[in-house]
Design a protein around this ligand. Structure first.
Ligand code: CMX
Length: 462
């Protein structure tokens, strides 16, 4: 008894000495994560022991037919979406992230490196830790030659999102997780190679996105990654906008706010679902991208700009409110959605929309397209309410992003969802790491036939 207590206290002392020495030299994300995982495993174990058999309340049949709206079915600590307030990343609102997360020298927007650290650990990193992440991602950024060739061989008529998904899926060729699995890695060690793949995935996305952009839109040769610059600067530079400090700042804000939106949205949930089959992070995130490419999800940012441009060509620039109203009604009467408006969970204006609006008010208040976006904001909610179908008449994130990109010269709308995809990798990767660390099982909900439902409730009144 005494010997074992002594042994334990010696082990604790050795452990704290080890932690003290690593924190003195600034822990890496992986070192910090390896400390947090056992603590979180205990936390989950305790929560399941205490609450595991408790009910969340009834599930009604409409939820099965209605896209599972509101069905409590997933666990994800990274971000939580409140219908009224919007997103919080590890408990922090967007303005709080803007205030607390480290910034680039001279910059005012948060570095997405810091947001990733926050999503993974729940902690705000130091400036040095964020700089180390920028350097680590720059060192991992190169993409294999065959993936470069794969992108180069795509016809420019293939949608950039299809090219993006194809290239990300092909990165599975060098997956550390897939290799370790083939070599018989123990389940308790899954998170290590998942972490490495996730870091590689995020790091390689700017080179993939930049290559697609330059190939499709004929923008010349791709520059090299600069290891002394942050992730967003490198992404902007690969797209040809590295000289614009404002565009770089926009990328920092853009990636931060698009990174994660709770666990149940199509891209986040698809990544988790595919990952639950132990498909590696490249295969899992490739699947997320295919979901993001749908017009009701990420593709809406492209659709908003197309819709605004069509409106301008139909009713002219500086059109009256009456003309805009008529155009919105004609969209609805044509059986189409107003892109950028409505949300499956939110019931107020999306704070991601507001963050972009603030950015526009600061940097481009006189931009004519920004003014049109503002005019539309004053008109659409009332019409959606009058039409009486949409549960949320307010704008979402996609209603605003395109106008900012257009202002700085990134006018190729079909590329917009690729930038959303680069950002969404941050949330999906963080989730995959934790799912493997906590041993999340294969997802397998139950489906029913309509006849089975009818049968089930045949003789019941309610
Ligand atoms: N314009 C017209 N009709 C809309 C609408 C909009 N912006 N938003 C919702 N509706 C309609 C729905 O199509 C649905 O019609 P039916 O009953 O005929 O099927 C009805 O209102 C009820 O829908 P809801 O419960 O309010 O919304 P959902 O949860 O089903 O869908 C969303 C949410 C986002 C798909 C929907 O609001 C929409 O299609 N918006 C436009 C596309 C868009 O901006 N998507 C981006 C969302 C953010 C993102 O993921 O990036």
């Amino acid at each position: 008894m005494f010997r074992s207590a002594l042994h334990q206290s010696r082990r604790a002392a050795a452990r704290s000495a080890r932690f003290a020495s690593t924190s003195a030299k600034q822990q890496t994300l992986k070192e910090r994560l390896s400390e947090l995982i056992p603590v979180e495993m205990e936390n989950v174990k305790a929560a399941r022991a205490e609450h595991g058999k408790k009910s969340f309340g009834p599930v009604v049949v409409d939820q099965l037919y209605g896209g599972m709206r509101g069905l409590p079915a997933l666990i994800w600590e990274g971000s939580v979406l409140d219908a009224e307030e919007g997103i919080r990343f590890r408990g922090k609102t967007i303005p709080e992230c803007q205030e607390l997360l480290p910034k680039a020298p001279g910059g005012q927007e948060p570095l997405p490196e810091g947001l990733f650290w926050l999503l993974v650990t729940g902690e705000v990193p130091t400036q040095e830790q964020v700089t180390a992440l920028s350097k680590d991602w720059a060192a991992r950024a190169a993409i294999p030659e065959f993936v470069q060739e794969l992108i180069d061989r795509c016809p420019p008529t293939l949608h950039p999102m299809s090219q993006f998904s194809l290239a990300v899926t092909a990165l599975n060729h060098d997956s550390a997780f897939a290799k370790a699995y083939q070599e018989g890695i123990s389940k308790k060690d899954y998170w290590g190679p998942t972490f490495e793949d996730s870091m590689d995935l995020i790091a390689k996305l700017p080179n993939i996105a930049g290559r697609i952009y330059r190939n499709v839109y004929g923008q010349g040769k791709l520059p090299a990654i600069n290891p002394d610059k942050d992730y967003s600067w490198n992404l902007a530079n690969l797209l040809g906008f590295g000289e614009s400090q404002e565009f770089v700042e926009l990328m920092r804000l853009y990636i931060t706010i698009h990174s994660d939106h709770e666990g149940g949205n199509v891209s986040a949930h698809t990544g988790k679902l595919v990952g639950s089959a132990l498909s590696d992070p490249f295969l899992s995130f490739g699947a997320s991208l295919n979901g993001l490419a749908g017009p009701l999800h990420g593709l809406a940012n492209q659709e908003v700009l197309i819709w605004l441009r069509k409106m301008q060509s139909k009713i002219g620039e500086n059109a009256s409110d009456e003309a805009v109203k008529e155009y919105v009604w004609s969209t609805l009467k044509g059986g189409q959605v107003v892109p950028g408006y409505g949300h499956a969970v939110l019931r107020k204006t999306d704070p991601r929309y507001m963050a972009q609006r603030e950015f526009a008010l600061k940097h481009l208040p006189e931009d004519p397209l920004f003014k049109l976006v503002g005019q539309v904001y004053n008109i659409v909610p009332e019409i959606l309410l009058a039409a009486g179908k949409a549960k949320n008449p307010w704008p979402n994130v996609d209603a605003h992003s395109g106008v900012l990109l257009t202002h700085y010269g990134l006018t190729q709308m079909q590329f917009y969802t690729v930038l959303f995809g680069v950002s969404r990798a941050f949330g999906v990767a963080a989730q995959l790491i934790w799912d493997r660390a906590l041993g999340a099982p294969l997802e397998r909900p139950k489906s029913y036939s309509t006849n089975a439902i009818k049968q089930m409730f045949k003789d019941k009144t309610a």
